[in-house]
Design a protein around this ligand. Sequence first.
Ligand SMILES: Cc1cn([C@H]2C[C@H](O)[C@@H](COP(=O)(O)OP(=O)(O)O[C@H]3O[C@H](C)C(=O)[C@H](O)[C@H]3O)O2)c(=O)[nH]c1=O
Length: 187
Amino acid sequence: MTARFDVETTPIEGLLILKRRRIADERGHISRLFCGEELAEIGWRGPVAQVNESVSHFAGTVRGMHFQTPPFGEFKLVTCLAGRILDVAVDLRHGSPTFLEHVAVELSADNACSFLIPKGFAHGFQALSDDVRMIYAHSAPYRAEAEGGLSPTDPRLAIAWPLPVAHLSPRDAGHPPLGTDYRGLAA
Ligand SMILES: Cc1cn([C@H]2C[C@H](O)[C@@H](COP(=O)(O)OP(=O)(O)O[C@H]3O[C@H](C)C(=O)[C@H](O)[C@H]3O)O2)c(=O)[nH]c1=O
């Protein structure tokens, strides 16, 4: 727990679910989306190098599973400000005891939760409603040349998407299946 977030650990080391505390009055409420001091206490490393908005129009849309290769690996704080998503992070850390395992968490405007994802993870999500709007904080800049991706329907990941997978980008539809020799990302 920190001053502005209730922090929930997950079965995978480093992956954390943050529930924002709302300071409410008759006008509405305020809550903190990111706090450098508090997130550093619970594991965030690095600056906020970029903040991205992501809008998905249709329930069923899947984006992912994406990561940036070293040295552009990044922490992400994923927040859903409108609608509902199932957010998924896959452990790609070479030598991790939970290698290729994942955690899935529902994020929504209503539950005020965010997903803190360290370096070494692939990230993706499925829109569970139409008109999803998300905000991502990234600790490293976007580098197209460092982009990597896994198929969100790869049988080795066994991600149970709640809805039929839809609206994949050509890039995401084209990720090859993981080979048995895949060893993950160096630290
Ligand atoms: C991520 C990103 C993308 N782009 C450009 C690259 C493409 O020309 C265009 C769309 O990118 P993409 O199709 O990769 O967008 P998403 O499928 O939403 O990918 C994102 O969603 C998954 C779930 C993530 O975790 C990442 O944040 C990110 O990879 O935006 C940028 O210019 N800057 C950026 O930071």
